[in-house]
Design a protein around this ligand. Structure first.
Ligand code: IMP
Ligand code: MG
Length: 207
């Protein structure tokens, strides 16, 4: 049997990025179970229609949908906003609409994170015009310090400090979405730089 090598695992990648675990995968899963029970308690008889925002909200939607008992359907929408790599700006644009009508349905919007609130403000206005029976919001993460709108989430997984986080759907320039946990991203400025211009345009086109 070969002996295990005693090399230390690299925790900083070539771009000088490091991710420090903030919320473990286990804690995320336990919290989602509790949110699912709470949602079903609020709507004990209703078929629920989950609407998730691509791409960041996808893992949250799939875990939440599997944890809610009774009738559940889902759909996806995509938006883009213009801004810097670790900041979202005010301009939100619809890039993919829902497949089906939400009129008369009990709709839960499922988002990865509530930051400034601009995205959800835009989506809630849009959905309200389509006359759902009920419209609620579930977010895995909430950064209340960053809020610049009056948007309120009915179901919140975790309230977090004003740090840039990745994992469990959340990305930095499309990377880190696949991490099973949520971590704080830090970037060592002396390491090899990826052009900020490139980051900006990548981030502008996808969430
Ligand atoms: P808001 O419109 O400012 O509330 O921004 C919401 C969107 O910005 C989220 O759906 C994410 O796509 C992105 N975002 C906000 N904060 C973070 C973060 O800390 N990490 C990764 N993406 C974030
Ligand atoms: Mg998102």
């Amino acid at each position: 049997m070969p002996k295990p090598r005693k090399t230390k695992r690299r925790s900083t990648n070539l771009a000088g990025e490091r991710v420090k675990i903030l919320i473990s995968g286990g804690r995320i899963q336990r919290r989602i179970q509790a949110l699912a029970r709470q949602i079903r308690r609020d709507f004990p008889e209703e078929p629920l229609h989950l609407v998730s925002v691509l791409k960041g909200g996808v893992f949250f939607l799939t875990d939440l949908a599997r944890s809610i008992s009774g009738e559940v359907s889902f759909d996806f929408i995509a938006v883009s906003s213009y801004g810097q790599a670790t900041r979202s700006s005010g301009q939100v644009r619809l890039t993919r609409d829902l497949d089906s009508s939400i009129e008369g349905k009990t709709v839960i919007v499922v988002e990865d994170i509530l930051d400034t609130g601009m995205t959800l403000q835009y989506l809630l206005r849009l959905f309200q015009q389509r006359k759902p029976k009920h419209l609620r919001v579930a977010v895995l993460l909430d950064k209340p310090e960053r809020r610049i709108t009056a948007v309120h989430a009915d179901y919140v997984g975790f309230s977090i400090p004003n740090e840039f986080v990745v994992g469990y759907g959340l990305d930095y320039a499309e990377r880190y979405r696949n991490l099973p946990y949520v971590g704080v991203l830090s970037i060592n400025p002396t390491a090899k730089k990826v052009s900020p211009k490139r980051m900006d345009s990548e981030q502008a086109s996808r969430r």
